[in-house]
Ligand binder design. Structure first.
Ligand code: OGA
Ligand code: NI
Length: 199
């Protein structure tokens, strides 16, 4: 799918699933980059809440993250940054969402990891407009679990975190959950935002 097609589907459905968003080579390179950083202790436990209310709750989420900074990128990360730039342009041209910035991190769920049902943004603090996840698991098997569960009131459907797949959705609208994963589960997760970071 082209960035335009992704944006259009997001506009129609509030959600877009795009298999093979990454080429096979970029998937392997990003997975290698993530594992190298995770295994050398550069990740930290993800928390919930903001500012002084920030806490780590084992019962809510159990993943480790590494925030990307454009200034300390490398050639592998730059290829994904460029794809995200194109997507941001397409979002602004087709959906007029007024996206001005982006923040994102690698996420590593150890075996047994999960993230309870939640939304990524709330009307009171609606700077996150579009959420996206790019899965970085080169050999994902169905029995590994770790599915992304998308809720629509009491109904839901699941998406396998197959390497190279992009899932994008409207941050305020879509409730979702990461089901327990039997194997380590790798992704890049990010948000297109209305304002510059820190504003
Ligand atoms: C998140 C999230 C989904 C996933 O980080 O907020 O919901 O499939 N991630 O990793
Ligand atoms: Ni989320």
């Amino acid at each position: 799918m082209t960035p335009l097609e992704i944006a259009e589907q997001l506009g129609r459905n509030g959600l877009c699933v795009c298999p093979n968003y990454l080429s096979g080579q970029l998937l392997l390179d990003l997975h290698g980059d993530l594992i190298q950083q995770q295994s050398t202790g550069q990740f930290k436990r993800a928390s919930i809440g903001q500012g002084s209310s920030k806490q780590i709750f084992d019962s809510v989420r159990r993943d480790e993250i590494f925030w990307w900074e454009r200034a300390s990128s490398n050639s592998t990360k730059n290829l994904l940054w460029e794809k995200l730039d194109s997507l941001q342009q397409a979002l602004n041209r087709t959906l007029f969402l007024g996206v001005q910035s982006f923040e994102g991190h690698y996420a590593y769920y150890p075996a047994g990891g999960f993230y309870q049902r939640h939304r990524d943004s709330f009307p009171s603090k609606n700077d996150r407009i579009v959420s996206l996840v790019v899965y970085l698991n080169p050999d994902w098997k169905s029995e590994d679990g770790g599915r992304l569960r998308i809720y629509d009131k009491d109904q839901f459907f699941d998406i396998d975190p197959v390497g190279g797949t992009l899932v994008a959705f409207l941050s305020e609208a879509i409730e979702h959950e990461v089901c327990p994963s039997q194997s380590p589960r790798c992704s890049f997760t990010g948000w297109f935002k209305r304002a510059e970071p820190g504003e």
